[in-house]
Structures are given as C-alpha cells and as structure tokens.
Design a protein around this ligand. Structure first.
Ligand code: HEM
Length: 401
C-alpha cells in the first residue's frame, strides 16, 4: 500500500492534458521507430566492420556506404529517442523520475557516451579511404559506446519495472543511498532481445539498399545482387536467433503474469513468425522482396513494442499503478497544437526525403515546387502561432509585464 501511495503521490498533480491511451499509442509508435533506427545503426556498424575486414572491392564499397548510413541512422535513432522519453514522462513519471534519481550519474553519462558514439561513427565515415589504418578502430569504438548507451537505458527501463525493489536497492539499515551512482537492474534476455534484431535489420537495410539503387548505371548488378543476398541471409538467421532469445525472455518473466497468454504478446509474436516465414521465401529474390520485408519488419517491431508496453502495464499494475486512472485535465488547445505540430513535421520532412529519393534514383529532382513552398512556409506559420500564443497567454497571466 505504501508503495502505491508513493507512486500515486508522485504523479503530476495537474493531471494529463489528454486521454492516456493516446499518449500510450504515441509512446509505443515512437519507441518502435526509435528502436528500429537503433537496430539499423548497431547492425550497420557491425556489418561495416565485417565488410572492411573482408576487404574485397565489393565489401569495401559496402563498408563505406554503411559507414555513411550509420551517421544518419545515429541522428535518427537519437532524435527518435526523445519522443518516447517525453511520453514516458507524461504517463509513467513516478517511475521515470525515481529511476533517473537513483541512477542520476548514469543518466548523465548516457549523454556523454552518446557523444562519443556519434563522434566515433563520424570519424569512421570521414576516414573515407578504404584502407585508412585504424579506421575500423573508430567503428569498434562507436559500437562499444552504442552498446554501453543501450545498456544504460535498458537498466533504467528495468529499474522502472521493479518498484518493489527500490527500497532494497537504496536503503541499508539507517543509510539511504542518495548518491545517484548506482545502476541496479539488468536483464540479459531482455537486453539481447533489443540488440540481436540489429543484425536482422541490417539485413533488411542491405536488401533495401540494393532495391533502391537497382537500375542505377553506377551500381553494377553483381554488387547489388551480392549485397541483397547477404542481407536476406543475415535477416533470416538473425530473426531465428531473435525468436529464440524472445522465448528465453518470455519464460524469464514472472510466471504469475502468464504473459504467454497476453493477446498483445500473441499478436506481436505472430507477426514476428510471419516475418521469419516471409524471409524464407524472400531469399529467392531479395531485391524485389525488399520493400515488403521492410514493411513486415516494421509491423513486427511495432506490435512487439505494444507487447513490451503490455508487459510494463502488467509490472506496474502489480503495484497498483494504472495509467488509465491518471487525473484528466482535458486541454484541447495544447493537444491540437501538439497533433498539429506532429502532422506539420511529417509534411516538412516529406520534402527533403522526396528530393533525396528522386536525386538518388534519377540523378535529378523533378518538379516539387508546391511541396517546397509548403515545407518552407509551415515552420514560419508554426513559429508565429506558438510565439503569438505564448505572448497572449503571458500577457493574460500578467507574467510578461
Ligand atoms: C543511439 C543510441 C541509443 C541506443 C543504442 C538506445 C537503445 C535503447 C534500447 C535498447 C532501449 C530498450 C530498453 C529496454 O526496454 O529494455 C531503449 C529505450 C529507450 N530509449 Fe533509447 N537508445 C539510444 C538513444 C536514445 C536517446 C538519445 C534517447 C533520448 C534522448 C533514448 C530514449 C529512450 C527511451 C525513453 C527508452 C525507453 C522507452 C520506454 O520506457 O518505453 N534513447 N533505447
């Protein structure tokens, strides 16, 4: 009872501005995007090191392409990490803030480690020349730092699931350990279940790469075919390993949860199995099957991310915490602004992505004047609305003058 009271007392007294189920959906969607790019990043770095060591003309070319891709995947993985962070803080704030206070040093070290990982992956990419001595060393440093970052955020995630352990971790006798230096939880099965798919997603990435550049004169067919075949094999075997690790995790979760009967888990696992079966057939023509493989891969990650969320609700439900009874202070203004910003972001990002695809595919941009104007005007309008609202509200509240 004491723990439940503590958790509910730690909730935001002003309540949540919109229905928790909507925040939960965005938490799961943005986490799925985050972990997908984390997997593209980690897998891409691993395969680029292997390709650099293999040192055939094709593998050196592939290593360079992957090195370039990992700097972009790193940016996307990091930016897309901020989103689930915001949603976790809205509906699971007692857990997030307690874990980050207990392990404050690690939460801060996480940012430093990310800076090292990002810099190292950039130096690896910029090292450029295939035979640059020590270039692979930078990639190895990037990989180690990324795995360290993953380990820290994983530990913080698991600490949040075990509130009944917080007292044991922090209090011994009369002593309360408020140093923030401890890191108290780590589950190999759960951790590997988020890391192992990196090789499978690197495989899907290679299939997409070959499909994307297929037909371009400066990409010879043999190189693309070799890359796609490697991708399809990596995706298949790593997905088999992922399923085995998933079963290890499933049977390590407290049996009283009977999580193997949870509908979210069953749907997610079903999609994962469908992905594995599709990969078995996709190997016959990995270039043609690349887009479908990528789509099924994302659906599997999304549905398994919902299963991850259902597991969190099972853990937190055990200590009397339920996001659906969070105090609701319906605020349509901020909700419309938030959803409007989300949609605007998609429109604004659509333009550079479209240009990149057109130039990479056809060597030139076709007429996107309309979208270009919209993508330029929207942020200006957004700024005027948000700044204007801020000034009006501050004037109304008397906080400006
Ligand atoms: C690029 C380096 C990163 C890696 C390798 C990484 C890896 C991971 C992994 C493995 C998890 C799942 C942990 C688990 O559930 O056991 C995770 C979750 C998460 N990551 Fe990242 N992450 C990275 C960057 C970031 C950044 C930059 C942020 C935020 C600024 C972030 C925010 C999160 C959040 C909030 C979660 C948990 C979400 C939840 O509890 O639902 N990550 N990350």
């Amino acid at each position: 009872m004491e723990l439940t009271n503590y958790l509910n007392a730690m909730r935001d007294a002003s309540g949540v501005p919109f229905y928790p189920v909507v925040f939960q959906f965005f938490l799961v969607l943005t986490f799925a995007l985050h972990i997908m790019f984390v997997n593209f990043l980690l897998g891409g770095v691993v395969v680029s090191i292997w390709a650099r060591i293999k040192a055939t003309p094709n593998s050196l070319r592939l290593s360079k392409a992957l090195a370039r891709g990992s700097t972009i995947n790193a940016s996307l993985a990091m930016v897309l990490g901020v989103a689930p962070l915001l949603f976790v803080q809205v509906i699971y704030d007692p857990f997030w803030y307690t874990a980050n206070s207990m392990s404050a040093y690690w939460a801060m070290a996480f940012l430093l480690i990310l800076a090292v990982a990002f810099t190292a992956s950039y130096v690896f990419y910029l090292s450029g020349s295939d035979k640059a001595p020590g270039a692979s060393g930078w990639a190895v440093l990037a990989l180690v730092a990324l795995l360290a970052a993953a380990a820290v955020i994983h530990a913080l995630s698991v600490e949040q699931l075990l509130p009944q352990m917080w007292k044991t971790w922090l209090i011994s006798g009369q002593e309360v350990n408020a140093s923030g230096k401890g890191l108290y939880a780590f589950e190999w099965h759960r951790f590997l279940h988020f890391i192992a798919p990196s090789i499978a997603m690197a495989g899907v990435y290679l299939m997409l790469y070959a499909w994307f550049f297929n037909g371009r004169k400066d990409y010879d067919r043999a190189y693309l075919q070799e890359t796609a075949t490697l991708g399809a094999n990596l995706a298949l075997y790593a997905t088999a390993a992922q399923i085995a690790i998933g079963l290890w995790w499933l049977f390590s979760v407290p049996m009283e949860f009977a999580f193997y009967k949870n509908p979210f888990f069953l749907v997610g696992a079903g999609m994962g199995a469908a992905f594995f079966l599709f990969l078995m057939t996709a190997r016959a023509n990995p270039i043609k099957n690349a887009p479908v493989a990528a789509l099924i891969a994302f659906l599997s990650i999304f549905l398994m991310s919902y299963a991850r969320e259902a597991l969190r609700m099972t853990y937190t439900g055990k200590v009397g915490y339920n996001i659906f009874d969070y105090k609701l202070s319906l605020d349509w203004g901020s909700t419309v602004l938030f959803l409007g910003t989300f949609v605007m972001g998609i429109v604004v990002m659509a333009y550079p992505i479209l240009v990149a695809v057109q130039v990479a595919k056809n060597g030139k941009e076709s007429n996107n004047e309309g979208l270009a104007k919209l993508a330029t005007a929207l942020p200006v309008v957004w700024f005027l609305v948000v700044a204007g609202l801020g000034i009006v509200i501050s004037l109304k509240n008397g906080t400006l003058f």
